[in-house]
Design a binder for this molecule. Structure first.
Ligand SMILES: Nc1nc(=O)c2c([nH]1)NC[C@@H]1CN(c3ccc(C(=O)N[C@@H](CCC(=O)O)C(=O)O)cc3)CN21
Ligand SMILES: CC(C)C(=O)C(=O)O
Ligand SMILES: [Mg+2]
Length: 288
């Protein structure tokens, strides 16, 4: 059992801000855990930031299982959360349960689904089966085609109603928290006040109970990140400089220098062994 449980996350509401970051492999899981992040999240943003797709719709259960396993091996303290990918829970409650179980068996402590009200039956069944669930409302990227892109949410009264309805349905069904993605901050504040479960914001302002960002965005791997991202490091530039340096040193014959390779100390010994090896080779060649 890891130190951070869904129970601990729920108790943090109103007391301590919840921190969450995505991770997709062993080294990122290790670093996020060592940094003391509360929730280490294998998001389906995987499809975009790791696999280079323009949306998250091509991510498969097999990919989520594979990446969850790598992250789970690294994380000792934080809560490991895994996204349910597109069409892994929409077809039926049974399908959703089966797929959530695969993520748990790969090492996830909880799963996240997009939506709330539409999936209350699934959430209830998962929680009863022992699988903690996080919901997700506001901008739901798995509805990319219907939404026609990634836009801010909560501007109309219908949208405000839908976001609150989702959050309340999730709370009632037993979800332990809800992500509010790209929601106007006034609306995110209202939702945070209206439900007892923690709200975790991304692009939704400071009134949420916690914050989540995508690994590649906050570490500066891209030029084009969503407008709500603060870049805490410029790793793309650091990595590019390191690679250019490596390239130059190889081209100039500076790498590898003495400390990075090994040679015979006794050159006579080498000459003897070389002679015998070469003789054996020409013997074999004449036999072929
Ligand atoms: N790397 C990454 N970071 C994310 O935060 C993230 C993903 N990928 N993929 C899934 C969703 C999609 N997200 C996004 C992506 C782009 C915008 C964005 O650029 N919005 C622009 C244009 C919106 C419009 O066309 O109206 C904006 O200025 O708001 C917002 C949220 C957030 N999520
Ligand atoms: C943007 C976050 C909340 C997400 O769902 C993901 O990274 O997949
Ligand atoms: Mg996601």
């Amino acid at each position: 059992m890891r130190e951070i449980t869904t129970k601990r996350i729920m108790e943090m509401k109103g007391k301590e801000k919840i921190t969450m970051v995505t991770a997709y492999d062993y080294p990122s899981g290790l670093i996020a855990d060592k940094a003391g992040i509360d929730i280490i999240f294998v998001g389906d943003s995987l499809g975009m930031v790791v696999y280079g797709d323009e949306n998250t719709l091509n991510v498969t259960m097999d990919q989520m299982v594979y990446h969850t396993r790598a992250v789970a091996k690294a994380v000792k303290r934080g809560l490991v959360l895994a996204d349910m990918p597109f069409m892994s829970y929409e077809t039926s409650v049974e399908e959703g349960i089966k797929n959530a179980a695969r993520l748990v068996q790969a090492g996830a402590d909880a799963v996240k689904i997009e939506g709330g009200y539409d999936h209350k039956k699934l959430v209830k069944k998962l929680v009863r089966s022992g699988i903690p669930v996080m919901g997700h409302t506001g901008l739901t990227p798995q509805r990319y085609l219907r939404l026609g892109g990634y836009h801010i949410t909560g501007e109309t009264e219908e949208e405000i109603e839908e976001i609150i309805r989702d959050a309340k349905a999730l709370e009632k069904a037993g979800a332990f928290a809800v992500v509010l993605e790209f929601v106007l901050s006034d609306v995110a504040k209202l939702v945070t006040e209206e439900v007892k479960i923690p709200t975790i914001g991304i692009g939704s302002g400071p009134y949420c109970d916690g914050q989540v960002l995508v690994w590649h965005d906050l570490l500066g791997f891209y030029e084009h990140t969503p407008p709500f991202v603060k870049k805490y490091a410029d790793l793309r530039n650091i990595i590019q400089l390191a690679l250019e340096n490596y390239k130059e040193e190889v081209k100039d014959g500076k790498f590898p220098s003495g400390q990075y390779y090994w040679e015979f100390l006794d050159k006579d010994d080498f000459e003897k062994k070389k002679k015998r090896a070469m003789e054996r080779l020409s013997q074999e060649e004449s036999e072929d």
